[in-house]
Design a protein around this ligand. Structure first.
Ligand SMILES: O=P(O)(O)OC[C@H]1O[C@H](O[C@H]2O[C@H](CO)[C@@H](O)[C@H](O)[C@H]2O)[C@H](O)[C@@H](O)[C@@H]1O
Ligand SMILES: O=c1ccn([C@@H]2O[C@H](COP(=O)(O)OP(=O)(O)O)[C@@H](O)[C@H]2O)c(=O)[nH]1
Length: 925
């Protein structure tokens, strides 16, 4: 039996309109087919990117006076280190107070962004009691964030030196305020143990797969514990400063491994603060993270953030798997879920301000340096390495590979030079001191071996370069060599590409740098540990024909110029805002008791009411299991409350009321219990639907498959055998392992292992949802939730009943799993959209492609899910049909049964109360 569905209009509270679509994925009801309005998050992000591009090209056409401001900050003459139109304003416009807090420019409409990072973008050097010199700090994080122009940005960070006296602190605060920076002051010993100790001697090597230092290699006063304590203390001090400067509505963006406790400390003191955290380094495999003594505390603290960002998908995946394996939390495609609270985890690959580099090449001082370098290296190919002198950068490996290349290619010996800029960094950490000597030793040896009276093959500099010099060096380079053993991203590779528009040199790039995932198409990827491979790549790069260089450069140039730091920051902040709006919708609160009189009174005044009822623990009695054998437990059948029969029948027989029982149970269970009533049954979380007067039909989306069932069954069988009194149930669209009658402690332990098997085993890539109940683990097809099924169910009910009027009252009651609580939010008004191009449109929204459902009997005969004749049809989208819902907010009553936290509006304490409520309603039928 194929049922023809008409396209319908859903009038929702006459304002924000939930769109009913039939593709069955969570969140699909937020999609809209209003022209110009983005339908998905991805669509919206893409559109916002377009808008940014548009406004960028618009800005590019601005008069040059406005443009000039962009260049000023390169020479440190603008009012702040942050670029952009507002940084060109004179300092006096934003009144700087000595506490570093600039008061809001009343005309500024930009979002205030508090960037919190260990390092300020400027490093302070004390010249006198109250006078300071500020230099731009070196490092990828600083470079990237300096390119961010869209926000009213303040940077909070450690000044990088000890300032014990009040005069010093005041004057430095004042000097930094002019750069829109706010200092955090750390005492010498705290800084030493926090920055040199816990950050750079423990977390940094661990996150870069270099392992933990031996405890006995730390001095007695500097144990893991003392460094960890200092780390927490420093994070508290950062939190204090953030809170002093925070204004309602600010976005707080915490950066990097230095500040992993910050999200927790901030949220503890202000729950509504918008907090994002971004990691600039790799996040290692959970097997590495497991070795860290404070592994769990750190993970939990980061999870307090609303949004967590990583450079690459792999780092994000490692983080989620650390949370599932170490904390036993649930990893979802969206992030990490802990008792209904979702922390979003996503990938935001950083970029550079490519325009800044491209434009710099035109400047006379850069041209001057280019000319000078060309003369200096005339007749030789230039190879370049630019790195902080850090063990993760693989500098010794790079130099050894270069040595091997010279060894094997004598003809190149006087024709190539390797310029290695090794910027000193973390010089108080012993490992870094050792590395410096080691590198010097190898460079000396090779220069001694291959050098001549006038030339050496390696020009090694232990210092940083000024921006213009660096641009010039990038521009004259033939081959850039990035051999990081691990690197979060590596912006040097991006900067090199940006400066190579005319030369089109070759990039040799470590496959262990995050950048390999974005510049891999144009670069020669190498394993830096394989010296032979790197040496032959050098040879390949130096001999590469011009056309190949051109093609490779083109790929990378396109990427670098279209994925900028501005876009990176804007996407992160926009995503953070979205995450917060969405989480408000999803947040489970302690619901208030249902006001019976109001629910009943509203009911009596409405003409087309819908009552949705769950089954288990909503309409049933608790099962009596004492003394039963395991096999009998499996056979237990749900037993309806005795008092339910009469009120339910009255409600079902009322022509103004539609009753729907919506359950995860099989069809047969619903048939057995409700076959005699005149109502609607939705089995398996809404995948099957039936009016008791008709046959079952399926509302299952076409995309749903069941190949995974066998693998999951094996896992469940294995655990059922090993967990006394547990059992598993095989439904048509899901499998559930239940341990509610087992020993609770043991059941939970086993459940954690079940989850590990499911998340990491053979089905880990299947489109499935692993749903964790309080005493069960369920596996179902991705997106098969009650809320997601609701639009299809409503479509069928309205159509089959031939409803002439929209539904004006909804009562939805259930003891639903958190995953299924999307049924409650389904009927809530949609929040206002913030996309500028999508104004609020207070008009009815129509379902775009409401499908004709295939009858179950049909489907079973054909067994194929393909789109056959009479099975799927969609109507022309702009054709209007009848309204389905016209639901004033006060006529909507969503009630959880006996759950402490829920996204429902109200609470019914037990199924007794459900019966009582139904009785009261039925008295008004
Ligand atoms: O502040 P320092 O201790 O001197 O270190 C400098 C920065 O090093 C790290 O940079 C990382 O961030 C880059 C941008 O995302 C990325 O490209 C690179 O791969 C990373 O190593 C560190 O994460 C920063 O916090 C430091 O400021
Ligand atoms: O003499 C120098 C050498 C490097 N850099 C900058 O330092 C950053 C290095 O970032 P990357 O992501 O490559 O590595 P990180 O040092 O952050 O680990 C790049 O933006 C370089 O332009 C600099 O300003 N001066």
């Amino acid at each position: 039996m194929a049922i023809a569905s008409q396209e319908m209009c859903i009038l929702h509270n006459k304002s924000h309109l939930a769109l009913l679509q039939t593709d069955g994925m969570p969140g699909s009801k937020y999609k809209s087919n209003i022209p110009g309005r983005p339908r998905t998050r991805l669509e919206r992000l893409l559109r916002e990117r377009e808008l940014r591009k548009f406004s960028k090209s618009f800005n590019d056409e601005l008069p040059s006076s406005t443009q000039d401001s962009l260049e000023q900050s390169d020479s440190g003459t603008s009012s702040g280190v942050f670029h952009g139109e507002d940084s060109s304003e004179p300092t006096s416009k934003a009144t700087a107070s000595y506490d570093g807090c600039e008061h809001n420019d009343p005309q500024s409409t930009k979002l205030r962004l508090l960037v919190v990072a260990n390092r300020l973008p400027v490093s302070a050097i004390r010249l006198g009691e109250d006078s300071w010199k500020l230099d731009i700090s070196v490092g990828g994080l600083v470079s990237a964030l300096l390119g961010v122009k869209e926000f009213e940005t303040r940077w909070i960070g450690w000044a990088g030196l000890n300032v014990p006296d009040e005069i010093g602190q005041k004057s430095l605060t004042q000097a930094l305020a002019e750069q829109r920076c706010i200092p955090v002051f750390l005492e010498e010993e705290t800084a030493q143990q926090y920055y040199n100790g816990y950050c750079n001697n423990i977390l940094w090597p661990l996150f870069h797969y270099l392992g933990l230092p031996q405890e006995d290699r730390l001095a007695t006063t500097r144990t893991f514990q003392s460094q960890f304590d200092a780390y927490k203390k420093a994070n508290q001090l950062f939190a204090d400063v953030v809170l002093q400067h925070y204004e309602e509505g600010d976005v707080v963006w915490c950066h990097d491994y230095h500040l992993m406790f910050l999200p927790k400390y901030l949220k503890e003191r202000n729950r509504t603060m918008k907090v994002g955290w971004f990691l600039h380094t790799p996040f290692p495999s959970s097997e590495i993270h497991r070795t860290l003594p404070s592994r769990s505390e750190l993970l939990r603290s980061i999870l307090a953030a609303d949004l967590i960002g990583f450079h690459t998908y792999d780092y994000g995946r490692h983080f989620v798997s650390a949370c599932t394996r170490i904390l036993g939390l649930e990893g979802t495609p969206e992030g990490v879920e802990d008792q209904g609270k979702l922390t979003r985890v996503a990938t935001f690959p950083i970029g550079i301000d490519s325009d800044r580099f491209i434009k710099a090449l035109e400047l006379p001082e850069v041209q001057y340096h280019i000319k000078d370098l060309k003369e200096r290296f005339a007749g030789r190919k230039v190879m370049l390495g630019v790195d902080r002198l850090d063990m993760i950068k693989g500098i010794p490996q790079k130099i050894l590979a270069f040595e091997k290349f010279l060894e094997e290619n004598p003809i190149w010996r006087n024709k190539v030079v390797l310029v290695q800029i090794a910027v000193p960094t973390r010089t108080n950490v012993p490992e870094y001191q050792k590395l410096t000597s080691h590198v010097h030793e190898i460079v000396g040896r090779i220069n001694g071996r291959f050098g001549t009276l006038t030339d050496v093959p390696i020009h090694h500099l232990d210092c940083s370069l000024e921006f213009h010099e660096l641009c010039a060096l990038y521009a004259v380079t033939d081959v850039a060599l990035v051999t990081s053993l691990r690197d979060g991203m590596n912006l040097v590779s991006y900067e090199f590409v940006a400066c190579q528009a005319s030369k089109k040199g070759v990039l040799i790039l470590s496959e262990f740098a995050g950048a390999a995932q974005s510049l891999g198409a144009g670069a020669i990827l190498v394993n830096p540990w394989n010296i032979t491979e790197v040496a032959s790549s050098i040879s390949y790069a130096l001999n590469m024909p011009a056309d190949e260089r051109e093609i490779r450069h083109h790929h990378n140039f396109k990427h670098v110029t279209s994925h900028t730091s501005q876009e990176w920051a804007a996407t992160f902040v926009s995503e953070l805002n979205d995450t917060i709006v969405e989480s408000k919708l999803r947040t489970r609160q302690i619901p208030q008791p249902l006001p019976f009189e109001v629910a009943v009174e509203r009911y009596t005044h409405c003409n087309n009411r819908l009552i949705i009822l769950g089954l288990n623990a909503t309409l049933t009695e608790p099962a009596e299991t004492l003394g039963r054998k395991d096999s009998q437990i499996k056979e237990l059948k749900p037993k309806l409350r005795p008092g339910l029969h009469e009120p339910l029948r009255k409600l079902c027989d009322d022509p103004k009321t539609t009753v729907l029982v919506l359950s995860g149970s099989r069809r047969s269970v619903l048939d057995d219990n409700f076959g005699d009533y005149s109502l609607w049954l939705a089995a398996e979380n809404g995948m099957f639907l039936r009016s008791t007067k008709g046959e079952w039909i399926t509302t299952m989306p076409e995309s749903i498959t069941t190949e995974w069932v066998d693998s999951v069954k094996h896992v469940f069988e294995y655990f059922t055998e090993r967990t006394p009194r547990s059992h598993f149930e095989h439904r048509e669209t899901s499998l559930i392992w239940n341990y509610k009658y087992s020993d609770l402690e043991f059941g939970r332990l086993q459940a954690r292992d079940v989850l590990q098997h499911l998340w990491t085993g053979p089905i880990s890539n299947a489109a499935l949802d692993v749903v964790r109940g309080s005493r069960s683990v369920e596996v179902r097809c991705f997106g098969a939730t009650k809320g997601a099924a609701m639009d299809r169910i409503l479509g069928e009910v309205v159509l089959q009943k031939g409803m002439k009027e929209p539904i004006d009252y909804v009562l939805c009651i259930g003891h639903f799993l958190p995953k299924d609580e999307d049924i409650y939010t389904f009927f809530e008004p949609e929040p206002p959209s913030k996309t500028p191009s999508s104004p609020q449109v207070p008009t009815p929204i129509r379902t775009s492609h409401l499908r004709r459902q295939r009858s179950l009997s049909n489907m079973e005969q054909n067994t194929s899910y393909s789109i056959g004749e009479g099975v799927l049809q969609s109507r022309v989208t702009d054709q209007e049909g009848p309204y389905v819902l016209d639901l004033p907010p006060d006529n909507y009553f969503s009630c959880t049964v006996a759950r402490e936290r829920s996204s429902s509006r109200y609470l019914l304490r037990s199924s007794d109360e459900v019966v009582e409520l139904l009785r009261e309603l039925s008295d008004h039928c």
